[in-house]
Design a protein around this ligand. Structure first.
Ligand SMILES: *Cc1c(COP(=O)(O)O)cnc(C)c1O
Length: 400
């Protein structure tokens, strides 16, 4: 007897189904470095879809640090940090990051995804409650799914809905032992900000923990890019866990959790993604320290991201584009249906602009958009070229 269908056949069918529904993801091939302009599929284009907000991935000091550490320590760490791969460079990065974040301690992971999945899956369990914004990142959602904790989802950024859920949670029987409120700091599809001070206030009223994912905030928000906790002037008693990534503004790869010594000791001993997976290569750790140094010494890079964002946003608004709820260098160009978003992306691609259409199921069916991300090293000329391409495309598709 056999059960179900032949494995390879069903995988092929599933892929065909995704293709028919227009749900397959086909990334373009980048043939040059991640820079404001690059070679993509044979064309030199202006790149407006990179997370490399401060263009640090190609900064000479960052690249040199990676080469020097690789020559000295080799290409790989040889083990998980928890086993035999905890190099001085990893510890130096933990310390440097904590200092930058103004936190008592930090612990670095291999990716932001693994940080969220590893820690969120451990902070709470049976008899506890997670309260989560409906638009939180998939790595948070996966982390929560791995626990036996109850979960409640509040409407996006809606502090009244959050307060209502917390009131209800108070009367839950049996009484919850721990409650954590989890939120993205910057929401990556709209570029809007979590109302973190109000969230922290509500949490404090109920003795709940606050966990914020600052992936798109670091290098962008706060003094010299120190992130969302710094931006709102909150303390480590108000926001208990600040998570981040080195794959965005830091321009490399990796993740971290920052907060109290207690949080870090807990994470080191509980997060299975940290305990059971290989350490960051030494070159990556050294390059990340260099990226933090460059960020600290060149706060004007952070200012330039905001200047570029203001310039682009103003021009697009003047033209009559709907730019959604952007509060950061992520600027959505709202298009309505998925087809229009794809057509606009294709149109500006022909004009030498590389942007991504964000369509269902990443966003609601009628909320398809182009997501533009501004970087510090985009020139005014490049932004003007992009605006003109959007103007032509927007007129053709009757968006403006
Ligand atoms: C990108 C991102 C992550 C994942 O970070 P990686 O280091 O790329 O794995 C997690 N959370 C949010 C909100 C993100 O935008």
């Amino acid at each position: 007897m056999t059960i179900g269908r032949e494995p390879i056949e069903y995988l092929g069918d599933e892929y065909e189904r995704l293709k028919e529904e227009g749900l397959t993801w086909e990334p373009r091939e980048l043939q040059g470095p991640s820079e404001p302009t690059s070679l993509v599929e044979g064309r030199q284009v202006i790149v407006l879809c990179s997370n490399n907000y401060l263009n640090l991935s190609t900064h000479p000091r960052v690249v040199d640090a990676m080469i020097a550490a690789t020559e000295k320590y080799g290409a790989g760490a040889g083990s998980d940090r928890s086993i035999a791969g905890d190099m001085s460079l990893h510890r130096a990065l933990d310390r440097r990051l904590a200092e930058f974040k103004g936190a008592p301690a930090s612990l670095t992971f291999q990716t932001g995804y693994m940080t969220n999945q590893g820690i969120v899956s451990q902070l709470a369990g049976a008899g506890d409650l997670y309260v989560s914004d409906e638009l939180n990142h998939g790595s948070i959602i996966d982390g929560i799914r791995l626990t036996k904790a109850d979960k409640a989802i509040y409407r996006h950024k809606d502090v009244d809905d959050l307060a209502r859920i917390m009131e209800e949670a108070e009367t839950h029987q049996p009484t919850y032992e721990h409650i954590w409120i989890v939120t993205d700091g910057v929401f990556s599809m709209d570029g809007d900000l979590a109302p973190l001070p109000q969230i922290a206030e509500i949490a404090a009223e109920h003795g709940a923990g606050v966990y914020v994912d600052d992936a798109h905030g670091e290098g962008v928000l706060g003094e010299g890019g120190r992130g969302i906790v710094n931006h709102f002037g909150l303390t480590r008693d108000q926001v208990h866990a600040e998570m981040g990534t080195f794959s965005k503004a830091f321009g490399i790869v990796g993740g971290h959790i920052s907060g109290s010594e207690e949080l870090i000791n807990f994470s080191m001993n509980k997060a299975r993604t940290w305990l059971l997976s290989g350490a960051l290569p030494p070159g990556v750790a050294a390059a990340t320290v260099a990226a933090i140094d460059v960020m600290t010494e060149n706060p004007e890079r952070v200012e330039r991201v905001w200047d570029n964002r203001a310039y682009f946003l103003d021009k697009m608004k003047e033209l009559g584009f709907d730019t959604g709820h952007s509060e950061t260098p992520i600027v959505p160009i709202m298009c309505g249906d998925s087809k229009t978003a794809k057509e606009l992306a294709d149109f500006v691609w022909q004009e030498g602009i590389y942007v991504l259409p964000i369509v269902y199921p990443m966003v609601a069916r009628d909320k398809a958009r182009i997501r533009v991300q501004l970087c510090s090293e985009h020139t005014t000329d490049q932004l003007d070229t992009a605006v003109q391409a959007f103007r032509k495309g927007g007129e053709q598709l009757a968006l403006i």
